[in-house]
Design a protein around this ligand. Structure first.
Ligand code: ADP
Length: 470
């Protein structure tokens, strides 16, 4: 079986969040399961030719290998992709994102012919590649090369839909009647993801919990009705993490490597992190770490509302993030007001992210919604206890810790309100102070496995099922 992955992000080449992690890890697991996978992504300016041994395939495509034999193809276009950001800059999204990803989708469909890779399945991810299922149905339906090809669309975050003014529809080169309520039309604008949902052969999302939530009006981002009315039900397949890439035993970014058997190493990383972030070096104070994109999704407003009460607690909080300038300013302001407790780094920095996962005691993830979330899985891998809001993939992976009986793996609050967040943080601080209980929790954290293996099996089953259907 041949599968072509199309994504705007693929780690380690380019990543802003979980999409990159997933599209970097899943193809490698599929390869092990005998699926012949090729991956295609844009060639951004930030992709290092020498580091990744990129070779020129033609004047506008370069390529490299991951795993044993998975080819990754980079679609080149200096005008569109030779920029500092993947999707935008500090002023917001690039104004020509429709043109950029439209170009990428068209080229992704031409590439397989060029390289002689006839895909049985084209697996698309998020709105950036959601035009591909539509093009397959309406522009390539007579093309013998794609006669048997099926499309799958995975939604990593329904909030990003690729909505553009209606007058841009002509750019797509599609029949005019597709701009209708049963196609691209969305409150008089054009919605790329909506069309992808309607016209893809199969649709998945990244956790069973989120699959249920996005069918509700509360979290359906205006598309709940469209999702509910699909003939084939949407499947929720939980993401995993690559346990070789995220491993405190061999992580070269850490001050000291460690494992479940050698938790002292974790403490060493805590001290190093406190020094690095200019916080008081004190082993008795719990560190709460946050690593994430700065968007409204991530619950930073709630944190700001709770800050006054949080500041009275004996704790330190470290934020690493980049994204909306608004949240950057907000966090900077908080750090200025509480310099002894709060430290902030506003950038994308994988090295520091790893140091935070290792050096923190608790991972702070108060997201208002979370399709799957990988940070909580990574945190457990590093013996760091997640504190999460009960939503989507966070609810699927983190359960409340009970000191009696030792059940659960984190701190969970179930109403997205400052009072419940404060209560959860207080409980985390109190639990931290009880060394015996907290150490049990930390030791247990290491044993959780959210590996790709089970999830990849589900994808393979879905691919087969998709090919069997007419
Ligand atoms: P999302 O997909 O919403 O961004 P996830 O929790 O699924 O959230 O994945 C986030 C991924 O991106 C994790 O691997 C996390 O470590 C990484 N990440 C997010 N922001 C940063 C940052 N500023 N620096 C380094 N890594 C980051």
């Amino acid at each position: 079986m041949k599968v072509l992955f199309c994504s705007a992000e693929v780690s380690p080449f380019a990543k802003t969040g979980g999409l990159g992690d997933v599209c970097g890890a899943l193809p490698l697991v599929l390869e092990k399961k005998g699926v012949e996978t090729s991956v295609v992504m844009p060639r951004y300016k930030t992709i290092d030719t020498h580091k990744f041994l990129l070779k020129k395939l033609s004047y506008n495509v370069s390529t490299t290998k991951i795993g044993k034999s998975t080819n990754v193809y980079f679609i080149e276009n200096d005008y569109f992709f030779n920029r500092d950001g993947l999707y935008g800059d500090r002023y917001g999204d690039y104004g020509d994102n429709l043109d950029r990803f439209l170009f990428f989708c068209r080229r992704s469909l031409e590439l397989p012919k060029q390289i002689g890779f006839k895909p049985d399945i084209i697996h698309c991810h998020d709105w950036h590649t959601a035009l591909i299922p539509v093009f397959l149905k309406f522009l390539y339906h007579d093309d013998p090369f794609y006669k048997k090809t099926k499309s799958i669309l995975t939604i990593h975050n329904l909030a990003y839909q690729g909505v553009f003014p209606r007058w841009d529809f002509f750019k797509l080169g599609l029949p005019r009647n597709l701009f209708s309520i049963d196609g691209f039309e969305f409150y008089e604008d054009m919605n790329i993801l909506k069309a992808g949902i309607i016209f893809s052969d199969e649709m998945t999302t990244v956790s069973p919990g989120y699959a249920k939530e996005i069918k509700t009006d509360k979290l359906g981002c205006g598309l709940a009705g469209v999702i509910r009315s699909r003939k084939k039900p949407m499947v929720g397949i939980l993401n995993g993490i690559d346990y070789k890439i995220w491993d405190p035993k061999s992580d070269g970014c850490l001050a000291k490597t460690y494992s479940q058997k050698n938790i002292g190493g974790k403490l060493f990383n805590k001290t190093a992190l406190q020094k690095k972030m200019n916080l008081k070096v004190d082993k008795a104070v719990p560190i709460f770490g946050f690593v994430g994109r700065l968007t409204s999704q991530k619950g930073l407003d709630l944190f700001a509302q709770a800050m006054k009460a949080i500041s009275k607690l004996d704790l330190q909080v470290i934020f690493l993030g980049n994204g909306d300038e608004y949240y950057g300013q907000m966090l900077r302001g908080i750090a200025r007001t509480y310099p002894m407790k709060i430290a902030v780094e506003l950038k994308y920095d994988e090295r520091l992210a790893r140091q935070i996962y290792a050096g923190s005691d608790i991972l702070l993830m108060p997201s208002a919604y979370e399709p799957c979330g990988l940070s909580q899985m990574i945190a457990l891998r590093y013996g760091t206890i997640p504190l999460v809001y009960k939503t989507g993939g966070l609810a699927d992976t983190i359960t409340p810790f009970h000191s009696s009986g030792g059940r659960g793996n984190g701190f969970v609050f179930d109403k997205h309100k400052k009072e419940t967040l404060i209560t959860a943080i207080k409980l985390a601080v109190k639990t931290y102070k009880d060394k015996e209980i907290f150490n049990t929790l930390v030791k247990k954290a290491f044993s959780y496995r959210f590996s790709w293996d089970e999830s990849a099996k589900k994808y393979v089953m879905l691919y087969r099922q998709c090919l069997r259907s007419a």
